[in-house]
Design a protein around this ligand. Structure first.
Ligand SMILES: Cc1ncc(COP(=O)(O)O)c(C=O)c1O
Length: 288
């Protein structure tokens, strides 16, 4: 993985050097995407690129490349790197100017993109993982996929310190999302997840699951639910680009449902795998 996207070109990794006054480095002033690559093909690429532009617009940043140019750079990188199944990290920061909080009027954003190893966590998809619940102490711009991630980093530490996969966050007792995932609850056959507003990132995986629910006429509601409802859920699962759909079988040491992945979650995992195969070709190892 020796090539990277750097400001509109593909260069050797050693040549991609970031200036000490890049505002991404000093202010966390930038936005990003993580895109899943299966069999060398990007999954839901258009949705990720659209969200990158939407995030940039929300921080008053104009991306100096067209969506097609960014798409072409990604496809070119995947070819040059002979990519198989991995993740693509794509980041655009405000650019380099003398340090000052004021957003500069003229500045050239810094674009980087590179591949990171990453297989599908199929074992975890089958067994499920554990989570802790903690207060959501992040800001109110969670809809922006910002590179300012310290709130998420500190929340994730609570999970890893407890030997868990994820920290599930709540604001005033209402579950928002995970530190790097969206959270879903199943109760009496119906699915619930927090509405897409400023308190969550509207995950691309979340949106894909919603389209699967619509298509298969499965009942769901985008509505807030409480910590207590979560603790008494029949099933829980998280969604994200890198993890897809992972059952959560234990929260704060207490089993969810019967402590194993539930039927609704397993059905969605299968439907999701079919979507991946439809877009990116055959998957070698699967949940079903
Ligand atoms: C806070 C947060 N919520 C949700 C998600 C899931 O989003 P996606 O499905 O687009 O990966 C992420 C992914 O990084 C995230 O950081």
């Amino acid at each position: 993985m020796g090539k990277v996207i750097f400001n509109g070109h593909i260069v050797d990794r050693e040549k991609a050097i970031i200036h000490i006054e890049d505002r991404g480095f000093q202010f966390g002033d930038g936005v990003y995407e993580v895109i899943r690559i299966y069999n060398g093909k990007p999954f839901t690429l258009k949705e990720h690129i659209d969200r990158l532009y939407a995030s940039a617009q929300k921080i008053y940043m104009e991306i100096p490349y067209s969506k097609q140019e960014i798409t072409d750079l990604i496809i070119n990188l995947l070819e040059q790197e002979n990519a198989s199944t991995c993740n693509l990290y794509l980041q655009i920061s405000r650019g380099v100017v003398p340090r000052n909080h004021v957003i500069p009027e003229t500045v050239s954003p810094t674009l980087i993109g590179y591949l990171m190893p990453g297989t599908r966590p199929v074992d975890l998809m089958k067994t499920g993982g554990k989570a802790v619940i903690t207060e959501d102490l992040r800001w109110h711009y969670c809809d922006i996929k910002s590179i300012s991630l310290l709130g998420a980093v500190l929340a994730k530490k609570k999970a890893t310190d407890a030997g868990c996969l994820e920290a599930i966050l709540h604001r005033d007792g209402i579950i928002t999302e995970g530190s790097s995932t969206n959270i879903w609850m199943v109760q009496n056959g119906k699915l619930f997840t927090h509405p897409a507003n400023q308190f969550i990132l509207n995950g691309i995986t979340r949106q894909k699951v919603i389209s699967l629910l619509d298509f298969n006429q499965l009942p769901y509601e985008e509505t807030g639910f409480t910590v207590e409802q979560l603790q008494n859920a029949d099933e829980l699962f998280l969604t994200s680009t890198t993890m897809e759909i992972i059952p959560i079988v234990e929260v704060d040491g207490v089993k969810i449902g019967n402590g194993t992945p539930g039927d609704v979650t397993r059905k969605l995992q299968t439907l999701f795998e079919q979507e991946i195969e439809h877009e990116c070709g055959h998957l070698l190892s699967k949940v079903e």
